[in-house]
Ligand binder design. Sequence first.
Ligand code: NI
Length: 138
Amino acid sequence: MTDQNPQTSGAPSLDARLQKVSLPAATELLTEFWSQQVVGEANGTLLKIAKGIGETRWHLHDDQDETFLVLSGRLTVQLRDRNVDLEPGDLFVVPTGVEHCPIAEEETRFLILGTSVTSNAAGGKPEWSQNGGLPAAR
Ligand code: NI
């Protein structure tokens, strides 16, 4: 979280409390794929934005449901018994304890709602995405 004052710097707001956040503008600031940036909190639920491309790792969250709202691009949430294809405007909840593996054939940007920022290990973030890396060509 930056300490810049968005009201004076002109930078997009990254804190929705009592000020609007432009999600398209805020997602432009994301530097790493499959990393979460908190943009707000309400009633104990964190509002987080992320961008994705390529494949994450299979994982589950044993402490929270994970809600995806796709903003742009396409996101496929692979489940053990089926794939769920999400496009802009689509909402999908992965319940606590359900294994999943998000994959994006094209760059996607999405909002995640959950009770905490999922750790890298619990969130399935792939190693190549550290420091702004891209997936290997397939
Ligand atoms: Ni997850």
